[in-house]
Design a protein around this ligand. Structure first.
Ligand SMILES: *Cc1c(COP(=O)(O)O)cnc(C)c1O
Length: 405
């Protein structure tokens, strides 16, 4: 019998990281602003910006810190409303609260994407910014969102924490809005344990975020642009903001940068393998009458490292029985809206107060399942997972029906 695949371990960090980490351990040079230039964090920023085709990148302690700094960089008035999807991770409304703004949740459909009717209704004159979480890599209709927000003059921040490598009309996700934010936490495409990065083409936003991240005095001079020169746009912006902003000190360490840099070359393979694995399992799951994997939107090329699917025609009790049966067969399934205190269920974000009815998100969360699918898995492991899920659904919906008949 094949053993249940291990879906928890990350890929090993490329060997190339070792020499750099050894050098740093010997010199103790771990702070990004100690070296006069070319610290690993500054090199990571330049390489990441280059890879994404963005002008500026700022690496920080987490994607949450990047979202917080993005809102601060936009200089929104206190208590400004910020639209966020009702299906996201608790860190996102938290970043909004941290930035002294007020999150407003937008309903999400059973394809895990922002409901555009509710979005249009909630995009009122008092909205200061929009954060679109591409939750688990599912991209909402960015054409429609950008269209509405451009007309309304509202800046869009893309929370692409878990979407690195996704394309929308061939364009890299995270480069569509004014600012794109990504995570280097271990469950994401690039793993440093913790870390985040934001990208933008706007010199003032970049300068403000860099200073607030903790570039005290003239440390901003140690930031590079993709082509290695401090562009004069950026230098002018730093001059405008010098001494005018608080320092929130949420920087990235050189050690983390050294862990991430050699992974950049792995990204393309991870994205290709992740999508191939996902689509293979999705096809198998869609054979079951009780499981539905929503397709991507037409302009979207996904970069998944997990799979989400909806249970069809199951009661709460059958949904729980499905989870138990999958577990017995060796596969863990999270139903976002069924587990106690789930951080992706909006009713558990009590710190933001009561939110509207959000009926579509509530229904979706009650039947939406999440299973890890690390990109390193091979076909026998994918078969194991897909077959276990299909059989678990049959256990609940077919074998029981047979007994009853
Ligand atoms: C992981 C994640 C975050 C938080 O990222 P951190 O780096 O842990 O702060 C935010 N949004 C989404 C959609 C995520 O998946």
């Amino acid at each position: 019998m094949t053993l249940a695949p291990n879906v928890y371990d990350a890929e090993p960090i490329p060997d190339a990281a070792r020499a750099e980490i050894d050098r740093m351990l010997a010199s103790g040079d771990l702070f990004r602003y100690t070296a006069p230039e070319d610290a690993p964090v500054a090199l990571l920023e330049a390489e990441f910006a280059e890879m994404m085709g963005a002008k500026y990148a700022l690496a920080v302690a987490s994607c949450s810190a990047a979202l917080f700094l993005s809102l601060k960089a936009l200089d929104l008035p206190r208590d400004a409303k910020v639209l966020i999807p009702a299906f996201t991770f608790a860190a996102v409304p938290s970043a909004v609260v941290h930035a002294d703004c007020q999150p407003v949740l937008v309903d999400v459909g059973d394809n895990y994407r922002v409901d555009m009717e509710d979005f249009a209704t909630k995009l009122t004159k008092d909205v200061g910014a929009v954060i679109i979480s591409h939750m688990r890599g599912h991209t909402s209709d960015m054409d429609a969102i950008m269209d509405l927000c451009t007309k309304a003059g509202v800046p869009v921040i893309e929370d692409a924490a878990h979407s690195l490598g996704t394309l929308w009309n061939g364009q890299k996700i995270g480069t569509i809005g004014k600012i794109g934010c990504f995570s280097f936490q271990s469950y994401k495409m690039l793993n440093a344990g913790e870390g985040g990065i934001m990208i933008t083409n706007d010199a003032d936003l970049a300068a403000r975020a860099v200073i607030m991240s903790g570039a005290y005095e003239h440390n901003w001079k140690k930031h590079k642009t993709p082509h290695g020169e401090n562009s004069s746009d950026l230098a002018d912006a730093f001059a405008r903001w010098q001494n005018k902003l608080p320092l929130y000190n949420t920087r990235l360490s050189n050690l983390s940068a050294a862990v991430i840099r050699p992974q950049l070359a792995e990204l393309e393979r991870r994205v290709t393998d992740g999508l191939k694995n996902h689509d293979y399992v999705a096809d198998k799951l869609n054979q079951s009458s009780w499981i539905d994997v929503p397709p991507p939107l037409a302009p979207e090329t996904r970069a998944p490292d997990s799979i989400q699917f909806n249970l069809v025609g199951m009661s709460d009790e059958q949904t729980r029985a499905f989870q138990d049966s999958a577990k017995t067969r060796g596969v863990s399934v999270q139903v976002f809206g069924m587990s106690t205190d789930n951080a992706r269920a909006f009713w558990n974000w009590e710190f933001i107060g009561e939110q509207g009815p959000l009926p579509r998100t509530r229904d979706m969360l009650a039947r939406a399942c999440d299973t890890r699918l690390p990109v390193r898995l091979q076909k026998p492991e994918l078969d194991f997972i897909a077959d276990a899920l299909v059989a678990a659904a049959a256990d609940v919906m077919e074998r029981k029906a047979e007994t009853a008949a």
